[in-house]
Design a protein around this ligand. Sequence first.
Ligand SMILES: CC(C)(COP(=O)(O)OP(=O)(O)OC[C@H]1O[C@@H](n2cnc3c(N)ncnc32)[C@H](O)[C@@H]1OP(=O)(O)O)[C@@H](O)C(=O)NCCC(=O)NCCS
Length: 180
Amino acid sequence: MDLARPANLGAVAATHLETERLLPRPFCEGDFEDLCALFADPDVMQFVGHGVRDCQVTRRSLRRMMRHWQRHGFGLWALSPKASGQFVGRCGVGYLHELKDAELAYALARPFCGQGLATETVRRTLQHAFEDLRLPRVIGVARPENVASQKVMVKAGMTFRRRCRCDSIEAVMYSIGRSA
Ligand SMILES: CC(C)(COP(=O)(O)OP(=O)(O)OC[C@H]1O[C@@H](n2cnc3c(N)ncnc32)[C@H](O)[C@@H]1OP(=O)(O)O)[C@@H](O)C(=O)NCCC(=O)NCCS
């Protein structure tokens, strides 16, 4: 697939995934309050974009994620444990306009961190990206000081590529190709 002009992959994209402990599904309007709480947490947002987001900005983020699903047929998943409907966070692949690439993104609410859930979901997301969406490559961008995020990418098989700037922020880039 030419990632300079990503196609709508709706025909091949799954609407739900499954990991050992989680049931990822596309975001919907009903996720607004949970997403507001996630994006308002300074610990979660310390290394994400430009930091905490208020409800107005979160509303725009949610709409953007939902539009991305409609346009491209893939996007970021809302995560819930299989055993309950709780909101765990988000994970998935989005089209990064600035770098013309498919970018992995993830953020978990604090009670769910430190249990291997990010690694579990990122592995499943990458499998979906390569086997179902047939993406040629997925990149991940993190702040250099975000050690936990970089560990997740390495544990999922990604490799450090280079330092870069993303949205005017100093970052490190990891990637993985379909052949890997
Ligand atoms: C980054 C994040 C997704 C990790 O989620 P998680 O479910 O705790 O991740 P995992 O348990 O799968 O793995 C995390 C690894 O980082 C390690 N780690 C966690 N915090 C760390 C820290 N401050 N310094 C060094 N290592 C750390 C863990 O020990 C684990 O490594 P291990 O398996 O070798 O022990 C989660 O902390 C988060 O949502 N952070 C806020 C949002 C964010 O930064 N998103 C990424 C933007 S690029």
